[in-house]
Ligand binder design. Structure first.
Ligand code: COA
Length: 174
C-alpha cells in the first residue's frame, strides 16, 4: 500500500509540479525548487543536503560519508549505496541517458529521449568511491571494492577489488 501511494505521489508530482512552479514564477513567488532545474529535488543525509537530478530513488543504507559535491542523477534509475561506504569529492553517479539517433529510430522514440528506468547504480557496503570518479548506470559495485580517483566505471565491479582508469579496470584484488 505504502509503495503504491509513493508511486502515485511521484506520478502526481511529475505531472503537476512543473505546472505549479510555472504559476508560482508567473506570480513572482519564490520557491526553493526554482533555484534548481525542474527535475531536481533536495535530499537530506545527516546534516548535509544534496541536489538530486531526477525522480527515481536514492537509497542510502545507513552510515555513508557523502560530501556536498557529490552529484546524484536518477533520471534513468535508482541509486542504492550500502553502509560504511565513503564517497570522495566530486563523485558523479549518473543513471541518466539520452537515446542516440540509432536507438531512437529502432525503439520508435524521440531522439534524446530519457528512459525513465533500467539503469540503476548499486554500490555495496564498505566501498570507497574516490574523488572525481564517475559511475555510469546501470552498474553494480561489489562490497569492499575501491574505485580509484578519476576512474570512469561503466561496467560491473566485483567484490574486493581496486579499479582505476577510463574505462575502469581491475588493478588489484583485496
Ligand atoms: C585507488 C588508490 C586507493 C590505490 O592506492 P594503492 O593501493 O596504494 O595503489 P598504488 O598507489 O600502489 O597504485 C597501484 C597502481 O595503480 C595506479 N593508480 C593508482 N591510482 C590510480 C588512479 N587514480 N588512476 C589510475 N591509476 C592509478 C598506480 O599508478 C599503480 O600503477 P603501476 O602498478 O603501473 O605502478 C589510490 O591511488 C587512489 O585513487 N586514491 C584516491 C585518493 C582520493 O580520492 N582521496 C580523497 C579522499 S576520498
Amino acid at each position: 500500500m505504502r509503495r503504491y501511494l509513493k508511486k502515485a505521489l511521484k506520478n502526481f508530482l511529475l505531472i503537476f509540479e512543473p505546472m505549479v512552479l510555472r504559476i508560482a514564477e508567473f506570480y513572482g513567488i519564490q520557491t526553493e525548487r526554482q533555484r534548481y532545474g525542474v527535475h531536481d529535488r533536495i535530499i537530506r543525509h545527516g546534516d548535509n543536503r544534496f541536489v538530486v537530478h531526477g525522480m527515481n530513488d536514492v537509497i542510502l543504507e545507513g552510515d555513508i560519508a557523502i560530501p556536498k559535491s557529490v552529484y546524484f542523477n536518477t533520471r534513468s534509475g535508482d541509486i542504492r549505496i550500502g553502509r560504511n561506504t565513503i564517497l570522495g569529492e566530486n563523485v558523479m553517479l549518473l543513471t541518466g541517458k539520452h537515446l542516440n539517433i540509432a536507438e531512437a529510430k529502432s525503439q520508435n522514440l524521440p531522439f534524446q529521449h530519457v528512459p525513465p528506468k533500467g539503469r540503476d547504480i548499486v554500490i555495496g557496503r564498505g566501498c570507497w568511491i574516490a574523488s572525481g570518479s564517475i559511475i555510469i548506470g546501470g552498474v553494480t559495485i561489489g562490497d569492499y571494492s575501491v574505485v580509484a580517483a578519476g576512474a570512469v566505471v561503466a561496467k560491473d565491479v566485483p567484490e574486493r577489488v581496486i579499479v582505476a582508469g577510463m574505462p575502469a579496470d581491475i588493478i588489484k584484488r583485496l
